[in-house]
Design a binder for this molecule. Structure first.
Ligand SMILES: [Zn+2]
Length: 294
């Protein structure tokens, strides 16, 4: 694309890609005859990479050679290099770049961008993982990202559908009912919300239909916060966050006994609930192929 010539060793490129290996064994010569004074010989082969920028080709070549690999500042930077690696069948390099793309620093900060890149390159597994990570953020519209231009509206529709299906399935886990996941705690009667149930701040503790026993009122406050956090962000991380725990812990601090144990018990329970939420989301995500055509 940028009319830049790169000179590389055929042997190295042949190891990196079966496509290059075939090009070099049967490919045409560059058309430059011996005696032409441009430094090329008949043994040279020209691989035209007309759609890639010089920067992309340079990074690909760096990855072929046993030298310090390029460092990646953003997922957007990886995108064209990975696309070229897939196109030229640079398999080991594709695997390396897919791992870079899916590294936590990119996945956590811009899951929608990773989703778009994965859909563009037809990487179904990566798209699914990225889709799950989009649930850790609220669905807000803060300006489009350029990679969305490569994604079909079908894939984007599926992402919305997946979010809604996950939201419905996980908000009911944090309710005091027979369908909720709160039965995670029913077998263990030592939780502080079961043991400190005389009166709480001068009022009688409420009755839980699920546990068929009294529980401290702040336990219901936690469930309410968890449920509403899940409806914004249907992901396990929603129920363990400080902001979700805060209101219940504030209420618990009104009782001396509760206040000393509420944090550790609630933190422990919220992790169990988060695992149940993430398991549910995982199950739902496995029913989706975000990259598939109709
Ligand atoms: Zn108490």
């Amino acid at each position: 694309m940028d009319l830049v010539d790169f000179r590389a060793h055929k042997l190295i490129l042949s190891f990196a890609s079966p496509l290059f290996r075939d090009m070099f064994s049967v490919g045409k010569s560059s058309g430059h005859m011996p005696g032409q004074n441009d430094g090329r010989s008949a043994a040279d082969r020209v691989v035209p990479m007309t759609e890639e920028t010089a920067d992309v080709v340079e990074k690909l070549l760096l990855l072929c050679y046993p030298v310090e690999p390029p460092s990646w500042e953003s997922a957007s930077q990886i995108h064209p290099v990975l696309a070229a690696a897939i196109k030229y069948q640079l398999e080991t390099i594709s695997t390396t770049l897919r791992k870079e793309l899916m590294s936590p620093r990119f996945l956590q900060s811009e899951p929608l961008r990773i989703f778009a890149i994965a859909c563009h390159l037809k990487l179904s597994d990566e798209a699914r993982v990225a889709a799950v990570h989009t649930l850790r953020q609220p669905m807000i519209f803060e300006g489009a990202i350029k990679e969305l231009q490569f994604v079909s509206s079908l894939s984007v529709y599926r992402l919305f559908e997946f979010r809604e299906a996950s939201r419905k399935a996980v908000t009911v886990l944090a309710v005091d009912s027979d369908t909720g996941s709160v039965d995670l705690v029913s077998k263990d009667t030592t939780w502080i919300w079961f043991t400190c149930v005389g009166t709480f701040a001068g009022t009688q503790c409420p009755w839980s239909p699920r546990f068929r026993r009294k529980v401290t009122p702040w336990w219901f406050t936690y469930l309410g916060s968890a449920s509403s956090a899940l409806s914004q962000k249907p992901s396990g991380s929603s129920v363990t966050s400080d902001s979700t725990l805060l209101a219940a812990l504030n209420e618990a601090s009104a009782c001396n006994k509760c206040s000393s144990e509420a944090y550790s018990d609630l933190a422990r329970f919220s992790k169990l609930l988060a695992a149940a939420v993430d398991k549910k989301v995982e199950e739902i995500s496995n029913t989706y192929d975000f990259c598939a055509t109709w």
